[in-house]
Design a protein. Sequence first.
Length: 104
Amino acid sequence: MNTKQQPIKNLDEETLFLVSQTFKALCDPTRIRILHLLSQKECSVNEIAGKLDLKQSTVSHQLRFLKNLRLVKYKREKTTYYYSPDDEHVMKILNETIDHARHH
């Protein structure tokens, strides 16, 4: 417990919404698998679909969700989009949680 009395900061609505949406993103097994793969290497939609045995439409849908939360970013090379993590804080939480789960 902090011995110095600091004022308690209430969460504003925007912060509360973003935190809840981030946890919503991390509560879906498919999104976890995609983020975990992207934490290891940049991938295209087709690569993600192939490596995780998912439909391309499923991957695209989940990437759109993650992109809207700014958890992934992409770069375009000709007609192919390559995705990678865009939030080191969330990736650290994800990887720490995976490590925690593996140690049980």
